[in-house]
Design a protein around this ligand. Structure first.
Ligand code: AMP
Length: 427
């Protein structure tokens, strides 16, 4: 299956080719025809599956074909609402790439920065507006934004939107949209509250589900280290120095914890920075840039700040703390093993986190292979895993559910990739 087979037009095909997208990901394969057919969509998928292209390509195509740019100043035809600034910026960047050879223009608005540049861009006219909910409502209330010409509306990462308390903002935004529109709704999880919200927005939607297991077991190699709480940083330093790691995204459950890890790494001359909600937008963006440029070796992030971080060739993520919500584990390890690459996800687990581990393994329907041979293993009170993995030995007994051609292709290209980089973390 190619993007052309899905009905994508030439100017967009050219841009996708330039991006190196040789074939659609499963969510793209399933969603693009539905969306080109102007149907509503309920998508159960996480970031990392290629969902941005899945929803933005059809929107760009519709707007390009409508020749809206020929009718004077552009009016907002598509609204994409997403929970975090990082994600908004990233979606905007991707829309710009995919629309490069079309007439379609986008802009991005988000809070935490002055509004001047954003209102100027809006005044010039845009076709697609990517927004976080707070700034969107703010600029709507100030009269800078009218949604009355919106024909396409996307609610991205709805579960996080609700977690972050945006429900009232979302309802106000939806109320300001024209009744007649195409609506798209994405969420990685589908609890009852999300289903209810989706029903209030969508009209008779088509459903597309990309299971977390597919996303995790396809491309991310996972490993688990039992370690006491007090030795976690020592283990992190050990893994980094032993394996000469020069780029790793580390997840901390708390902002305070993230700052603490930065300080501890600083003491051993490992350059690290933290991004979390207490940091200004400028500081977060700078830290992300430094990490992307490899000036900073370690980026420590809390879950909310990490939403949407998209760093090419991110080889390794470390769960310094296990998340208490199992779906978050899937989100986190999805930072590596993005569409083009494979990756490694290492998790540290202390005694208090074993209940979280149980929930995670249940969700992903696999046991994460345990690495027992490390210098801090002896400090662990009790080792519940009988079947363990020894130094240098690979033990990936996860079930491989492969059904389609694209799955087989993914398998082959993964097999081709050397496991050198992966095994080097197993020490
Ligand atoms: P997303 O889930 O939208 O955040 O996309 C995850 C990553 O996959 C991004 O870096 C995209 O640029 C990349 N990507 C999306 N679709 C494709 C594709 N069909 N082929 C290769 N890379 C892709």
């Amino acid at each position: 299956m190619t993007f052309k087979d899905l009905g994508v037009i030439d100017p967009i095909l050219k841009a996708l080719e330039a991006e190196g997208y040789s074939q659609p990901t499963p969510i793209q394969e399933q969603s693009i025809p539905i969306l080109l057919d102007r149907k509503d969509l309920l998508g159960c998928a996480q970031t990392g599956t290629g969902k941005t292209a899945a929803f933005s390509i059809p929107i760009i195509q519709h707007i390009h074909n409508s020749k809206a740019h020929e009718n004077g100043r552009r009016k907002i035809k598509a609204l994409i609402v997403t929970p975090t600034r990082e994600l908004a910026i990233q979606i905007g960047e991707n829309c710009t790439k995919y629309a490069r050879y079309t007439h379609v223009k986008n802009t991005v608005i988000f809070g935490g920065v002055k509004q001047g540049a954003q209102t100027n861009a809006l005044r010039n006219g845009v076709d697609i507006l990517v927004a976080t909910p707070g700034r969107l409502l703010d600029l709507m209330n100030q009269g800078y934004i009218s949604l009355k010409d919106v024909e396409y509306c996307v609610l991205d990462e709805a579960d996080h939107m609700l977690d972050m308390g945006f429900i009232h903002d979302i309802k106000k935004v939806i109320a300001a949209l024209p009744e007649k529109r195409q609506s798209l709704f994405f969420s990685a999880t589908m609890p009852q509250s999300i289903v209810k919200l989706s029903q209030s927005i969508l009209g008779n939607p088509e459903k597309v589900t990309i299971k977390p297991e597919q996303a995790t077991s396809e491309k991310v190699e996972q490993a688990l280290y039992y370690v006491s709480k007090k030795s976690k940083t020592k283990l992190l330093v050990h893994l980094m120095t032993e394996n000469e790691i020069d780029s790793v995204l580390v997840f901390s459950r708390t902002k305070h914890g993230a700052n603490k890890i930065v300080k501890q790494l600083d003491k051993v001359q490992i350059k690290a920075e933290a991004i979390h909600g207490n940091k200004s937008q400028g500081a977060r963006q700078r830290a992300l840039e430094n990490f992307k440029n490899r000036d900073t070796k370690v980026l420590i992030a809390t879950d909310i700040a990490a939403r949407g971080i998209d760093v090419d060739e991110l080889e390794l993520v470390i769960n310094y703390d296990l998340p208490n919500v199992p779906e978050t584990y899937v989100h986190r390890i999805g930072r590596t093993g993005r569409a083009k690459n494979s990756g490694v996800a290492i998790s540290f687990c202390n005694i208090e986190e074993r209940a979280y581990l149980k929930d995670i393994q249940k969700l992903i329907d696999q046991k994460i292979p345990v690495v027992t041979q490390h210098p801090f293993a002896d400090e662990v009170e009790e080792m519940p895993e009988k079947k363990t993995q020894t130094r240098g030995q690979r033990n990936y007994s996860k079930p491989q559910k492969r059904t389609s051609d694209s799955d087989n292709r993914a398998n082959r290209s993964r097999d081709k990739k050397s496991h050198k980089s992966k095994n080097k973390y197993r020490n």
